[in-house]
Ligand binder design. Structure first.
Ligand code: SF4
Length: 346
């Protein structure tokens, strides 16, 4: 009978130390193996050259290293890179590197597919198959950090959880991945450079506040009118704007940290004065800043970017109300790497 081997990267450093002691070895061996797994990103036990051959064989007999593999890497004319990442069970997710003159940002996935059904999003067409493990999230970041160094001569500076999936529906694994990314034994990144972007799950926003997380929160809002939001993000029926508002007020009271609202303006959907007024009103509930994002049509063309006039009207009204607003031009459109376009097309 074949023995099912365990994923060694699911073990904490302490668990590895205990394992080696039980095997009659030194606890220190656990530190060495942990370093190979996380700081040196070893793909096989063979790579662990300061570990004896017998010990490597013993590890091989008991464990596997479920590393991701970058199946295909596409580079856009604007420097954006999209990775199609193969997981140990053959499923694929995508992650993106977005370079600007001042930063390189990794946009990573948290689930294979998505259980939510945002009408404008290509990922929503891939039903949720499973959550990503913490190491699968971490590996996407390491792969992008390596590409950033190789192609842009600088390390990764920021991370956004805006790829495939709703991160708050895989909360525990996302938190474990962020712990690893920010720890000295991982990448040592500041949590201030990490943003978790949610479509707005009120209960989980409150939990993050209770957990005193140190990273930033972004909400894909797209409308502050319940009927409109429900028509494009159907789960808004279950979690209406009033609940979202309460959870954001709770977040701010506990963390004193501003929220970012991600907002796309579509023709004929949320481009009226009534939509703008409702959004400005919502922005006043909690200190915030706004990112207006250029939309990238997905195949069926049901959603189209609003006119420049409508966009300018949004920007002007927000600024008149002293709300900080940035306009995010789309990146990586030619390789389907832009916001809302991740759908495993490669
Ligand atoms: S926008 Fe985000 S939450 Fe909505 S379907 Fe797409 S991946 Fe899921």
């Amino acid at each position: 009978m074949e023995i099912k081997k365990k994923d060694i990267r699911a073990l904490t450093k302490e668990q590895l130390r205990v394992f080696f002691v039980k095997e009659g070895d030194k606890a220190f061996r656990g530190n060495q193996v942990y370093e190979w797994l996380w700081q040196k990103a070893a793909y096989s036990f063979e790579d662990m050259t300061n570990i004896s051959k017998e010990t490597r064989q013993m590890l091989e007999d008991n464990f596997v290293i479920n590393h991701i593999r970058v199946d295909t890497m596409q580079r856009s004319n604007d420097g954006t890179i999209k990775n199609a990442v193969r997981l140990h069970d053959g499923l694929i997710v995508e992650s993106v590197l977005i370079p600007t003159s001042t930063r390189t940002t990794a946009c990573v996935s948290s689930q294979v597919g998505c259980s939510l059904d945002c009408k404008f999003c290509a990922t929503s067409r891939l039903k949720r198959m499973r959550n990503l493990n913490p190491d699968e999230i971490y590996d996407q970041v390491v792969a992008i950090d390596n590409e950033s160094r190789l192609y842009h001569n600088r390390p990764l500076s920021n991370i956004v959880f805006m790829g495939m999936g709703e991160p708050l529906m895989n909360y525990n694994n996302v938190i474990k991945a962020i712990d690893k990314i920010t720890s000295k034994e991982g990448l040592g990144m500041s949590p201030k450079r990490i943003t978790v972007s949610t479509s707005g799950v009120p209960k989980m926003i409150k939990k993050m506040a209770d957990d005193e997380v140190k990273f930033n929160l972004a909400v894909s809002l797209h409308s502050a009118v319940d009927e409109v939001r429900t028509s494009i993000m159907p789960f808004n029926e279950t979690f209406p704007l009033q609940d979202l508002r309460e959870s954001l007020e709770y977040w701010y009271t506990k963390t004193q940290r501003k929220i970012s609202y991600e907002y796309v303006v579509w023709k004929g959907i949320n481009d009226t004065q009534n939509d703008i007024d409702a959004f400005v009103k919502f922005c006043k509930y909690v200190p915030c800043k706004v990112n207006i994002i250029e939309y990238n049509p997905i195949d069926d063309g049901e959603f189209q970017q609003a006119s420049n006039e409508a966009l300018e009207n949004y920007i002007r009204t927000l600024e008149q109300n002293r709300i900080v607003v940035n306009v995010r031009r789309s990146r990586g459109k030619d390789i389907d790497a832009a916001c809302g376009q991740l759908a495993n097309k490669t």
